[in-house]
Design a binder for this molecule. Structure first.
Ligand code: IVH
Length: 724
């Protein structure tokens, strides 16, 4: 986590230059600050250099999305600055990156009187091209232009769906952030706004003495989804007072109005600048900019985020094109917009046009069709996903929202459905934004009449009738009839056929899709009843491939107990657990009949896994499928319940990389696991041994970096024999 105020960005790898604090690149913006470090820098000089360096990297990371150092390096420098400031509190400045972390808790918000009021813009509700045309016509008229006069230059911007914010910089330092409020007086939310990594705490020297940057604070869609996922997990874990957010705008507004900036820091916010308020130039010379576009580009150069879609266009046709182009791209944008904004580019023309009531004549917001609409709930269905997850879905009276007709909207899970309390006949707000599946946002309680019951989740799978269970700490109900359930057919067959399960070569997802959709295979035993004639009619299935498939199916009959067990797709029973179960019980019947207590005796099997195995075999349908598979000729060598084999590798974690001289990768893995060891996919500090063969690559490098012990196949064999 980068200094714990924004989610870390994955570092793509590669090698990193030494931190510039030690050896500044003379061309870097921090060189001058760090330059005199070579002659025994004072704490003040070190703090200043670190601040400059961290600001430089924060800008690369948050605003340009092009980090040059890994997160850990940033965190290390950050820690140095924090330590310095702790030892010398007088060195802590308002614009220090350490001030972003949050932690300040207020009793209430102070009022801020805006020196230049924060106005709103007139909204053009005609969402068609004519909406743009009438704005251009009006501007030309107000400016006294005739048809013979040239086209008017405009800047076309996005209308961000967040909250307006005024950022006040004095002497280049962010001193205050205020909400719009009623336009005259807003609230001081500086403590929260400082946590937004994209907002510079500090502007370059050429910036005006006083500058108010006006813009929008918003939450990106992916950040919003991730935040709600975290919130749902908290609710499921029983944390009190937690809730999910209705949309990114509300989530952003909630974060900005937190009294505790520590909470705000955990709600990832972003910012776009779109104008200025109060401004006092450094020297009282002429105007700093002549056009709105120049103004935006200058803000951008000073490190403020300006949306890349911002465009200079001309005449009504330019506005119409922009509106249409953004309309098409809208769903794919990483954040919500509710329209576009057109602004007359020339600042002189803006002054000439002036204001009507509280709105500038030189700007207009041009809307798009809404992404939220009202409709009625016709019913609540429960759908079963490929993996057995049950999802309540509201069936809706068809409604046109976000550009499509919506008839279904997800209610996510039982808790969400209950929290929203959606009932049959309710009037609800439906939202469809971007590619996100439509969802019910809320119920309009005033419109509820009738006596529909609250929703309850069925305890039986609506597709196959097997028990539906919700495990502790989980939000979802799942069908336990994995092998039998029609909804899970494809997934169950694919899993069973997997290379590491019973392995049916050539039976991939395309083919399973075909076979199931054509109703040729309904369940696992059907696989063993396939004949050439049933495959003949299938698309892209030549005789040769049909024969190959039948051969592979035949070959899969000879399997092993762990593979078969893993292939059944019991929830929480992965390969390692399947092997442990097979070793412990020796025979399938023993596992099927085992009580939860008996299952708990197996290594690595905890209460959740034990319960899951029990529930699976309690379903008569699942037992029936197992019997049929055996009847079809699927066999394996059964053993005696294990005298526990010696476990010389118990408690050790291995990573296997490269080509070993004699053992295949899977074979080596089996041996390690049979001896009680674990095999992991990647190297970490927790790895005990890396077994490296020929052409071992990055995992070996990582092991050497971390000082993890590296051994070869021979040394592995010695460990296995207990002789090392
Ligand atoms: S300009 C004097 N530009 O829309 C003009 N506003 O009613 C001031 N908004 O609350 C606003 N995107 O927060 C402007 N590109 C944009 C905008 C934008 C969103 C919001 C703004 C304000 C409302 C205007």
């Amino acid at each position: 986590m980068r200094a714990s105020f924004q989610p870390a960005l994955l570092w793509a790898g590669g090698s990193f230059p030494e931190p510039a604090v030690n050896a500044p690149d003379p061309a870097s913006p921090v060189a001058s600050a760090a330059g005199d470090l070579f002659s025994a820098p004072s704490p003040a000089e070190r703090a200043q250099a670190l601040r400059a360096l961290l600001q430089h990297h924060a800008h690369l990371y948050y605003t340009l999305d092009a980090p040059q150092i890994p997160d850990a390096e940033y965190d290390r420098l950050f820690g140095q600055l924090q330590a310095l400031e702790l030892a010398h509190p007088h060195l802590r400045t308002l614009d220090s990156p350490t001030q972003r972390v949050g932690g300040q808790i207020l009793d209430g918000f102070a009022s801020v009187k805006h020196v230049v009021p924060m106005l709103s813009i007139r909204t053009e509700t005609d969402t068609e091209a004519t909406g743009a045309q009438s704005f251009d016509t009006r501007i030309r008229k107000e400016l006294g232009l005739s048809e013979a006069d040239p086209a008017v230059d405009y800047v076309a911007e996005l209308k961000f769906d967040g909250l307006a914010m005024s950022l006040r910089y004095e002497g280049g330092v962010l001193v205050q952030a205020a909400t719009r409020g009623d336009g005259e007086t807003g609230e001081d939310v500086t403590h929260n706004i400082r946590t937004i990594g994209q907002i510079p705490l500090h502007l370059p020297a050429q910036a005006p003495k006083v500058l108010e940057v006006r813009g929008e604070v918003y939450m990106a869609r992916s950040d919003f989804e991730a935040l709600n996922d975290r919130q749902r997990a908290r609710i499921a874990a029983g944390e009190k007072g937690e809730k999910t957010f209705v949309n990114p705008r509300n989530a952003a507004a909630g974060a900005v109005r937190q009294l505790d900036s520590g909470i705000a820091a955990q709600r990832p916010l972003s910012f776009f600048a779109y104008g200025v308020g109060d401004i006092t130039p450094v020297d009282q010379g002429g105007p700093l900019f002549n056009t709105h576009h120049e103004l935006l580009m200058t803000l951008k150069n000073w490190g403020l985020p300006v949306a890349e879609q911002t465009a200079c266009v001309q005449a009504a046709s330019g506005l119409v094109d922009f509106h249409q182009r953004i309309g098409l791209a809208r769903d794919a944008l990483p954040f919500d917009i509710d329209g576009v904004v057109y602004k007359v580019n020339s600042l002189a023309a803006q002054r000439q046009l002036g204001f009507v009531s509280r709105e500038p004549r030189w700007a207009v917001a041009h809307k798009y069709p809404a992404q939220e609409q009202l409709t009625t709930v016709l019913g609540i269905d429960v759908q079963v996903g490929r993996t057995g997850k049950l999802t309540p879905v509201a069936k809706l009276a068809p409604v046109f929202v976000g550009g499509v007709t919506v008839t279904n909207a997800t209610l996510h899970n039982e808790d969400e459905a209950r929290r929203k309390d959606v009932r049959l006949g309710d009037t609800v707000v439906v939202r469809r934004a971007g590619d996100v599946i439509p969802e019910v946002v809320s119920v309009v309680m005033d419109k509820r009449h009738g006596d529909a019951e609250p929703f309850t989740m069925p305890r039986q799978c609506p597709v196959c009738g097997s028990a539906a269970v919700r495990e502790e700490g989980e939000a979802d109900y799942r069908c336990t009839g994995g092998l039998f359930c029609g909804a899970q057919r494809k997934e169950a067959i694919l899993h069973y056929a997997h290379r590491r399960a019973v392995e049916i070569d050539g039976l991939g997802d395309k083919l399973v899709e075909l076979l199931v959709d054509a109703n040729i295979i309904r369940n696992l035993p059907d696989l063993y009843r396939l004949g050439l004639s049933s495959l003949a009619g299938l698309e892209r299935m030549a005789d040769k491939s049909a024969n190959n498939l039948l051969e592979a199916i035949e070959a899969s009959k000879q399997t092993t107990l762990p593979r078969f067990l893993f292939g059944l797709g019991i929830r929480h029973v992965g390969e390692a657990t399947a092997k442990a179960l097979a070793r412990h019980f020796g025979q399938l019947d023993g596992i099927m009949a085992a009580s939860a207590e008996q299952l708990l005796e197996v290594d690595d099997v905890g209460p959740v896994v034990a319960q899951s195995i029990r529930t699976f075999f309690e379903q008569a349908h699942n037992r029936e499928v197992v019997e049929q598979l055996r009847a079809c000729g699927v066999t394996w060598a059964e053993g005696e319940p294990a005298e526990r084999a010696p476990q010389p590798l118990a408690g050790l974690t291995f990573v296997i990389t490269g080509t070993l001289p004699t053992l295949g990768r899977d074979e080596a893995k089996d041996k390690v696991e049979a001896a009680g060891g674990k095999v992991a996919g990647s190297v970490s500090k927790k790895t005990d041994y890396v077994v490296a063969g020929a052409e071992a690559g990055s995992k070996l490098t990582k092991a050497l970096e971390l000082g993890v012990k590296v051994i070869d196949e021979n040394q592995l064999m010695e460990l296995l024999n207990g002789s090392a």
